[in-house]
Ligand binder design. Structure first.
Ligand code: AMP
Ligand code: MG
Length: 505
């Protein structure tokens, strides 16, 4: 089996390359796993695919060069009408707890073309989303509309700009076919790039089928692909699978704490939307919050607030508990023993998350050496922010940029009191205030994809004006830059506006 870091199989040395070679180097290691994990599938025939967007800098990272290809050929490739050499398209099977209820699922509207091996040997899934029905489509049409695909493009690329692990977006193509939702919409296909599409739900699927041999193969595959250091440690088997579980937990702790630092609300943290590689995946009803409130929810169907901002860490732990359940046969000979072991790891997750969160918040406030009372200092700020409904991103930006004494536009005494404590606390660090602020500007973004700007870009794109979309993407590429020309991307939307996002579109 091939591994993420194994030496490249067929090095394309420069002398072998013709001038217009794109650089596809596909492997299909997932398609060599037990057959219950996927189905072979093909894309629907589309009447008139048209290229809307190609991410050239990502292509470059992948070792791909499309400059010798015309837009028609690109549109055919990125809508699945033509396959890159070496692609073996499959739809992956998985299950998932959706809003708490368990369902057998699978790629209902996606195709994994294969794994592109980049020049440095790294392996990336190349997946088409919106390419037509598969054996897992259930009652769905297998299609996607332009708006949501462009939305995933914007938010995933913004996450990447913020330095948060995420799937990426390589291309968007309109299909020329309509998609019927509440309205008739333009069909589109997004090309998604991921470390892999192995999810908690992938393990749940195999566990539900009670195929222990497949479960072990999937676990070994995932370890080799994403955690080669565990494989190399030469642990006894049960210890190896426990370390695997622990490492997945650590990556989730890190990931979710990073979301909290930028006010990102995923919106649909079902177990099928949890990537074991630790990337943010599946941008449906997600959004960044403007004014701070722990109960912030954007998804129109999340009436209970299950996936609200403040609930994300607890939900991550709940999802990891479901992952642990699916691993029970691998963790110990006796299920009871396995459950005890997993419980301990889940406690550790909570502790790790708290540590990641506090370290992240310290950095946001320009603090490096931990001190007693830091957690309270952060909590007091957040409580004030919530009560005052101030903008999350801009408050931290203000703290990072405004002078020490004329510190803020917020004049209430509660905030002034907090500011005094904060300044005192910074005084205990071995650096001057300006140095602390310079550090803060590295971690507190000036730019996030503001909901009204995203909607504006999507609305224009709908009527074939891609300028706002392109401008927004350029701005979001460097979210820590504080240039005057980008100021309009930093304003929150109209106060009190209740932003709603929709999934399954
Ligand atoms: P999501 O809420 O996007 O994570 O999707 C949940 C499940 O529904 C996944 O298995 C998707 O593949 C499937 N799905 C979503 N939209 C469609 C659609 N239009 N047609 C078929 N399957 C879909
Ligand atoms: Mg999903």
């Amino acid at each position: 089996m091939d591994r993420e870091n194994s030496p490249a199989r067929s090095d394309s040395s420069p002398e072998n390359e013709t001038p217009h070679e794109v650089g596809w180097r596909f492997d299909n290691s997932y398609a060599r796993l037990p057959e219950l994990l996927y189905s072979r599938a093909t894309a629907l025939r589309f009447p008139g695919p048209r290229l809307i967007r190609l991410n050239s800098s990502l292509a470059d990272d992948l070792g791909l060069d499309f400059r010798g290809m015309d837009e028609t050929s690109l549109a055919r490739i990125f809508s699945g009408q033509e396959l890159p050499p070496g692609a073996e398209p499959i739809a992956q099977a998985y299950a998932g707890h959706q809003f708490g209820g368990f369902t057998m699922l699978g790629d209902g509207r996606a195709l994994l073309l294969g794994e592109q091996l980049a020049r440095d040997g790294r392996r990336f899934d190349i997946q088409l989303k919106g390419s037509g029905p598969t054996p897992y489509s259930r009652r769905g049409d297998g299609l996607a509309a332009l708006g949501p695909m462009l939305r995933e493009y914007i938010i995933s690329e913004a996450m990447h700009g913020l330095g948060i692990p995420t799937t990426r977006s390589l291309a968007v193509v309109t299909t020329g076919a309509p998609v019927y939702r509440e309205r008739t919409l333009r069909g589109a296909v997004l090309t998604r790039v991921a470390a892999s599409h192995i999810r908690v739900g992938t393990f749940q699927f195999v566990a539900a089928r009670r195929d222990e041999s497949a479960l072990r193969q999937l676990a070994d595959y995932t370890i080799a692909r994403h955690f080669p250091e565990i494989e190399q440690a030469g642990l006894p088997v049960e210890a190896k699978y426990l370390e695997f579980f622990n490492e997945v937990c650590r990556r989730q702790a890190r990931l979710v704490s990073r979301w909290q630092m930028v006010g990102f609300v995923h919106g649909v943290m079902n177990t099928d939307n949890v990537s074991l590689a630790g990337e943010t995946i599946d941008y449906g009803p997600c959004a960044f919050m403007d004014s701070y409130h722990a109960h912030t929810v954007f998804s129109s169907i999340d009436e209970q607030g299950r996936y609200s901002y403040g609930n994300q860490p607890a939900i991550a732990q709940w999802n990891l508990a479901r992952f642990a359940e699916s691993l029970i046969p691998l963790l110990a000979a006796q299920p009871e023993a396995a459950v005890e072991i997993a419980k301990e790891s889940l406690h550790q997750f909570a502790a790790d998350y708290q540590e990641e969160w506090l370290a992240g918040m310290r950095a946001k406030l320009g603090l490096t050496t931990p001190r007693e009372g830091d957690r309270e200092l952060v909590s007091l700020l957040l409580e004030w922010m919530q009560d005052s409904a101030v903008d999350f991103t801009n408050t931290f930006d203000d703290l990072s940029t405004r002078g020490e004494f004329v510190a803020s536009p917020y004049h209430d005494s509660r905030f002034q009191g907090w500011l005094t404590s904060w300044r005192k606390r910074i005084g205990l660090e071995q650096r001057v205030f300006e140095e602390a602020q310079a550090m803060m500007r590295q971690v507190n973004p000036a730019l996030i994809p503001r909901n009204h700007r995203v909607e504006e870009a999507l609305a224009a794109a709908e009527s074939d004006d891609l300028r706002p979309f392109n401008e927004l993407l350029v701005a979001l590429r460097l979210p820590f830059e504080r240039t005057e020309s980008l100021a309009r991307f930093r304003e929150p939307g109209p106060a009190g506006a209740c932003y709603r996002t929709f999934c399954g579109t």
